[in-house]
Design a protein around this ligand. Structure first.
Ligand code: SF4
Ligand code: SF4
Length: 379
């Protein structure tokens, strides 16, 4: 395992993302498969992973509980836990300092730990910035102060914001110690990840990477991309290429991978086993050959924030994934499994989903185009 120095700690470059723990069933919101999840986390730990990332909201609130239970058999100082404050999900009546304190204490109880190594404000972006920066609820100052008690060891934030807001957040408080951003070779240009990385580097803030495989999409590129990648390195999976791109950046300390099964874990462990992650020519191949081939993809990460807003209960990320798939193979077999109530034609174009999408995707427009594609195929 490759380790890097991060705020005075030796952290594994592969971080365990507990956002996509194994579930019982495949439906969105299915309960987590505790037994499988614990086995996966423990295997990661025993293979050298020492950075584990979760959040209040992951796994319907169960990710923190399962992560805490899985790690409870190991010495507390032999691993690092990162979790996040759910500012973007205020309780009934909005945030108050009392609720903020209660939420943090609840997180410690769920983790069954006395402290959190790395605590983050979760997902600061344009739509929730007002919640985090509300002067009447100075939650960031509270968490910063909490460091004195030892309940938080390091304080940072994760962000899906555009570069302008990212700069504003850094200027807003000078005590943030690190930042977690979405970074992968496709977003390096498509979603300003390069610009964000440079802003953070200039500000001296180390970077934790999330979505290095773009919600799994870069693990399954189309045939042409797969062939190019295989020819260059027959023993690297497409997911491995994506992780290597992120990990090879100097200021990236940990690359989080949301692992759901042993196969993914084994592949990731192989990627970060040792040595140089990516040569300059490999990097150029990704940016100059693969990205242009993928550039017409809709950049959905599968975060599912939009689904909670949809009055028609549409499985939006699945539909976007189908849209991307149909760009490559119009007669995809995924089409056969689509029920009438899940069809994109049910979209009433209310736009509620787009307002919460961290990727600023014009979802009704994509669904309308998908509807046309489906009708053409079914003719
Ligand atoms: S625009 Fe369509 S997909 Fe988006 S919330 Fe409205 S009905 Fe759902
Ligand atoms: S459309 Fe946007 S909000 Fe919905 S899953 Fe994709 S990235 Fe997330």
């Amino acid at each position: 395992m490759i380790y890097k120095e991060f705020l005075g700690h030796k952290v594994s470059q592969l971080g365990f993302g507990a956002m996509r723990l194994p579930q019982i069933g495949t439906e969105w919101g299915s309960p987590l498969n505790k037994e499988e999840a614990i086995a996966l986390i423990r295997k990661a730990y025993e293979s050298g992973v020492n950075y584990f990332d979760t959040a209040y909201v992951y796994g319907g609130g169960q990710s923190e509980v399962i992560l805490g239970e899985a790690l409870s058999i190991y010495p507390r100082d032999s691993y690092y836990v990162a979790t996040k404050f759910p500012g973007l999900h205020p309780p009934q009546g909005g945030w108050t300092m009392e609720k903020v304190k209660e939420t943090f204490e609840e997180q410690l109880r769920k983790l069954n730990m006395e402290y959190v190594d790395f605590y983050l404000l979760h997902g600061i972006m344009e739509m929730d910035w007002h919640l985090y920066s509300d002067p009447n609820v100075p939650l960031a100052d509270y968490f910063h102060e909490l460091k004195k008690t030892g309940k938080i060891r390091h304080f940072g934030f994760s962000s899906h914001s555009k570069p302008d807001l990212l700069e504003k957040i850094i200027e807003w408080k000078d005590y943030f110690e690190f930042c977690q951003i979405q970074l992968n070779y496709l977003d390096w240009t498509m979603q300003d990840a390069k610009q964000q990385y440079e802003i953070l580097e200039k500000a001296g803030l180390p970077v934790i990477v999330m979505e290095p495989v773009r919600g799994g999409r870069l693990a399954n590129p189309d045939e042409k991309c797969t062939e190019i990648l295989k020819n260059a390195h027959p023993d690297w999976s497409p997911a491995s290429w994506a992780l290597r791109f992120a990990g090879a950046l100097d200021n990236v300390k940990v690359v989080l991978s949301g692992m759901s099964n042993m196969e993914q874990l084994d592949d990731n462990l192989g990627t970060f086993a040792e040595g140089e992650l990516l040569s300059e020519s490999d990097r150029e191949l990704l940016l100059n050959q693969i990205v242009p081939l993928m550039a017409d993809m809709v950049p959905c990460t599968g975060c599912r924030y939009c689904m909670a807003e949809c009055p028609m209960n549409l499985k939006i990320p699945n539909l976007i994934s189908l849209y991307n798939e149909m760009n490559f193979s119009p007669r995809t077999f995924y089409l056969n499994g689509l029920k009438e109530e899940d069809m994109p034609s049910n979209c009433i174009a209310c736009g509620a989903c787009t307002t919460v999408c961290p990727q600023s995707i014009d979802i009704p427009d994509v669904l309308q185009k998908l509807d046309v594609k489906i009708k053409e195929v079914k003719k």
